[in-house]
Design a protein around this ligand. Structure first.
Ligand code: PLP
Length: 409
């Protein structure tokens, strides 16, 4: 290790506190300090290159430092970095709201910006609940959520999540949540729950943090019918699945479902800036007009111009690079290559989101992948492979070889 990277490691050890990280183990291990990104690759302070096999925790879409997004951010930074969105508009946020709603013409007509996935969900829950209070259904105060769901870490979003190891300690202090395991189980909910629920929330098609478990085909469409029939708002958490990850721009398009609230973050800016959006309908929007009906919610950086410029550049790349065209082909290649490897168990995949199980410890497996130039994080004994959509064949080959080599050792 160079003297310079020593400096960063000791500063980190002295002062940083990492998310979802056992700090005791962290302090004992030799950390990787990233300082550059280039396409599918991350480069550390010692000059070592790593394939970014989980898209920097599911955010990156077109590769790191894509020149088109870099240029958009640079131009925006030189023009306007940020101005308040409270009672003011900015050109980039206007364009982005129009563009996002344009994916669901005449249905999702309103876009509310926030900062990350958790806040996109907080916005949806607060909007749904407040809308009920002022539109004739004050008794609807509950949220129905799925077991093992993950919707973020802020207090409200965490209380709706169903991963017990993440919510112990404060899961009880949040929203009023009814938890169910499946579409079938919804049919057995007591009448009182159906009459007091405001919304139901789901990660469509696939539950990411729940070890990449896919819902049965048709489940989402069934859920849409159920929620409409029971007049319960459908909130879709597309924080992971949005922006091409599943092969469609949005996972809900796989079953031609349009929700009442659509939550977007992670890939929105192509993995460059923190920005989120909650899309909703005219009906919800109109229910906030009039005296004492304002939606009192907003962050200092809501509608951030830099983030919006990055998002517009990222969305433009889907057209100029025809990003969606090859997602399924790449995903199939990855899956079929892994199928041939002994020790790869129970592959789950949609588009370029893939999880498989191993016999041993996921953490150790990923440590060994890192030694072979591949970065990802496990979920328990599940190895997650979710590379940027721009990954090429040669890089997929490198990734598969690294997995094969760890399995052999
Ligand atoms: C990551 C994630 C979130 C939380 O997003 P943050 O940006 O980390 O707050 C919520 N839901 C899903 C499905 C996610 O994958």
């Amino acid at each position: 290790m160079t003297a310079q990277s020593d400096k960063w490691v000791s500063a980190d050890r002295a002062h940083s506190w990492h998310p979802f990280t056992d700090q005791e183990l962290w302090e004992a291990e030799e950390p990787v300090v990233i300082r550059q990104g280039e396409g599918t690759w991350l480069i550390d302070t010692g000059g070592r290159r790593y394939l970014d096999a989980n898209s920097s925790i599911w955010t990156n879409i077109h590769g790191h430092c894509h020149p088109a997004i870099v240029k958009a951010i640079q131009q925006q930074a030189a023009t306007l970095c940020h101005s308040s969105f409270l009672g003011l508009a900015n050109d980039k946020a206007s364009e982005l709201a129009e563009k996002l709603c344009g994916f669901f013409p005449d249905r999702l007509t309103r876009c509310f910006f926030s900062d990350d996935g958790s806040t996109a969900l907080e916005v949806a829950f607060k909007m749904s609940l407040q809308w009920r209070q002022q539109n004739g259904h004050p008794e609807r105060t509950g949220i129905i959520a799925f077991e093992n769901a993950y919707h973020g870490d802020t207090l409200g979003a965490a209380s709706v999540g169903g991963v017990s190891r993440f919510i112990k300690g404060y899961g009880e202090s949040g929203l009023q949540v009814y938890r169910v395991g499946s579409l079938d189980e919804l049919q057995t909910l007591p009448q009182v729950v159906l009459q007091t629920a405001s919304a139901i929330v789901i990660e469509p098609i696939i539950q990411g943090v729940n070890q990449m478990r896919l819902w049965p085909p048709g489940m989402l469409a069934g859920l849409r019918s159920w929620s409409s029939r029971n007049e319960i708002h459908l909130v879709l958490d597309e924080v992971m699945t949005g922006f091409g990850r599943t092969g469609e721009m949005f996972a809900c398009q796989k079953e031609e479902v349009i929700p009442d609230f659509l939550c977007l973050a992670k890939g929105l800016t192509g993995g460059t800036m923190p920005l989120a959006a909650t899309l909703t309908t005219d009906e919800i929007y109109e229910g906030f007009k009039g005296p004492d009906r304002t939606f009192y919610y907003g962050h200092s950086y809501t509608g951030n111009a830099l983030g919006c410029a990055a998002a517009l550049a990222s969305l433009a790349l889907f057209d100029t690079e025809d990003t969606l065209a090859n997602v399924e082909r790449k995903g199939e290649f990855l899956e079929s290559s892994l199928r041939n490897l002994p020790g790869v168990l129970g592959i789950r995949r949609v588009g370029l989101v893939l999880g498989f199980d191993i016999e041993g410890c996921g953490q150790t497996f990923c440590q060994q992948l890192r030694e072979r130039g591949v970065l990802t994080r496990p979920i328990l004994n599940t190895i997650v492979l979710m590379p940027p959509l721009s990954i090429n064949e040669e890089e997929l080959g490198f990734l598969i070889d690294a997995v094969a080599s760890v399995l052999k050792s």
